[in-house]
Design a binder for this molecule. Structure first.
Ligand code: NAP
Ligand code: GDD
Length: 343
């Protein structure tokens, strides 16, 4: 019998890669999408085609992580072997503007799924993956960060994810459920949302190269992130649910780069020669003809910044036999080539 997976957040970056990955592993994949005024299944439309429809191996359902009834009903109807909770208001800066919604979706969303597994008496059958985040480390800049590093979240998003992290552990300990947290560091891809910094940089510099845009406006150029490829990271989610015992794992590349250096690397790949001048909010980059290419805008600064994230994924390497396949350079090339294909 084929295994059944249920993915909350199917229309997102990770949901789409995970669906592809699980279909290749011969799973029946159920995904939960929200109703929206325009079609938002762009990332999975290529999967949702004849062969899968005929064999009923990829099935989308309407639902919402803030709606207990839809969550409970779907879990009852599908009775999945594995549930992946990737649904979230996932933008850190937006969480400062919509903190209550972020808490409802990102913190209570996990609780709703865990409780629905219990309510439907599926504790023994259904394994649960919670999409945790390196944002949990927040102001704790002791690097590299691993499973034992103290959490100090620095945004409503981080705080909401902290609740989700602990409620997952609580249900594991209280009810003996197979429930795991992945503590994933930043991961990107051509499918990354346009308002996250890597995609914003790639899209803008490609357009600047093609003379379709003049300037890219950004916030803090000096925060450091450990950027990996989403395709590699979804494999780790699955691996966590294939272990004998449920545990939490850090997933990261172990390399750190500043936002500014990411801009330099993308510019280099695009053969855009840029020179930096100025300091702080006045720091800017110009091209060879002295055109302004990058400038800072205080709109993109956050009330509180997470300055330094660098993951230590030794536990995952040892127990899951997981390591990233993509380098930062190959990630950038993948993102640029996908962007350039649009033109
Ligand atoms: P993403 O592209 O923003 O996708 C988020 C998904 O959640 C989308 O499918 C979105 O649906 C869905 N969603 C949002 N609110 C929902 C609600 N109320 N009910 C049902 N679905 C809802 O995020 P991602 O990069 O794929 O990340 C996946 C998960 O991993 C998120 O939980 C994120 O917080 C976490 N995470 C991401 C990273 C990273 O670097 N990418 C690192 C650590 C953890 P719509 O398409 O309708 O908006
Ligand atoms: N989004 C954005 N836009 N970020 C900017 C900008 C800008 O114009 N300018 C500078 N930055 C800086 C942010 O201040 C942050 O320090 C860094 O670039 C990365 O920002 P994002 O790409 O928005 O990602 P994030 O690190 O805040 O959050 C992502 O990674 C987390 C894991 O650490 C998201 O995917 C979260 O959902 C995820 O949990």
């Amino acid at each position: 019998m084929k295994k059944k997976a249920l993915i909350f957040g199917i229309t997102g970056q990770d949901g789409s890669y995970l669906a592809e990955f699980l279909l290749k592993k011969n799973y029946i994949v159920h995904g939960v999408k929200r109703r929206s005024s325009t079609i938002n299944t762009e990332r999975v439309d290529h999967i949702y085609q004849e062969p899968h429809l005929k064999k009923r191996t990829f099935i989308l359902h309407y639902g919402d992580i803030t709606d207990s009834l839809s969550v409970t009903r779907l879990i009852n109807e599908i009775k999945p072997n594995e549930i992946y909770n990737l649904a979230a208001q996932s933008h850190v800066q937006v969480s400062f503007e919509s903190p209550e919604y972020t808490a409802n979706a990102d913190a209570l969303g996990a609780l709703r799924i865990l409780e629905a597994i219990r309510f439907n008496k599926l504790e023994k059958k259904t394994k649960f993956y919670q999409a945790g985040t390196s944002e949990l480390y927040g102001l704790n800049e002791k690097v590299p960060q691993n499973e034992k590093t103290l959490f100090h979240p620095a945004s409503p998003y981080g705080v909401a994810k902290l609740y989700a992290h602990w409620i997952t552990i609580n249900y594991r300990e209280a009810y003996n459920m197979f429930a795991c947290n992945g503590i994933l560091f930043n991961h990107e891809s051509p499918r990354r949302g346009e308002t996250f910094v890597t995609q914003k940089i790639v899209q803008a510099l490609c357009k600047i190269k093609l003379k379709k845009q003049k300037t890219l406006f950004l916030g803090n150029l000096y925060s450091k992130r450990d950027w990996g490829h989403a395709k590699d990271f979804v494999e780790a989610m699955w691996l966590m649910l294939q272990q004998k015992n449920p545990e939490d794992f850090v997933i990261a590349t172990g390399n750190q780069t500043t936002v500014k250096n990411f801009i330099n690397l993308v510019s280099k790949e695009l053969k855009l020669k840029i020179r930096w001048r100025g300091k702080g909010i006045k720091e800017r980059a110009f091209d060879e003809d002295n055109n302004l290419i990058v400038a800072c805008d205080k709109t993109y600064y956050r009330p509180l910044e997470v300055n330094s994230l660098l993951g230590d994924a030794k536990k995952a390497r040892k127990k899951l036999n997981w390591k990233p396949k993509s380098s930062l350079k190959s990630l950038i090339i993948d993102m640029i080539s996908s962007e350039m294909q649009k033109y």
